[in-house]
Design a protein. Structure first.
Length: 162
């Protein structure tokens, strides 16, 4: 099942508690297909992310080299720990991809990363920040989204071969 979630007012954003590991968050300012592919695979392999695996470098670059897309990387002690991609869609911002590398799950970083992603969406002037999740995602993903103030607005039954 896929659940679509949204937050329509910055005042509804509930920041996470401080994570157990200090982190730095940096925007990727030069579109870098190799980096985004690396993050996509490192974060998404355990959750059956496959849509972009067939993309070649030109497809990655065509997607990333647009004003509507931003990539942010979370670092813990110099190591990439997670990332998010935002994509502007009219007055909305989609958290298109979001997640942590396996070694960094369980340190409270997911809430901090999601808080940053939503806040950045509103910083960009979004009237609404939205995302979707599914039953293949991390078991705590939906709870994290709800805890940050996102609300479900649609669900879909989908059949995905894993």
């Amino acid at each position: 099942m896929t659940t679509y979630m949204e937050i329509c007012d910055r005042s509804d954003l509930r920041a996470s508690d401080a994570p157990r590991a200090p982190f730095t968050l940096l925007r990727v300012e030069v579109p870098t297909p190799e980096l985004n592919r690396l993050l996509y695979v490192a974060v998404g392999t355990g959750w059956a992310w496959r849509d972009r695996l067939p993309w070649d470098r030109a497809q990655w670059l065509a997607y990333l080299d647009r004003a509507e897309v931003e990539t942010w990387v979370m670092y813990v002690r110099g190591s990439p720990a997670g990332y998010f991609e935002l994509e502007r869609q009219g007055e909305s911002i989609e958290v298109a991809y979001f997640g942590l590398l396996p070694a960094f799950i369980g340190l409270g970083l997911g809430g901090a990363l999601l808080t940053a992603a939503i806040a950045r969406g509103f910083d960009l002037g979004a009237a609404r920040v939205w995302l979707h999740t599914c039953t293949l995602d991390h078991p705590q993903a939906l709870a994290n989204y709800v805890a940050r103030g996102l609300r479900p607005y649609k669900t879909e039954e989908t059949l995905v071969e894993v």
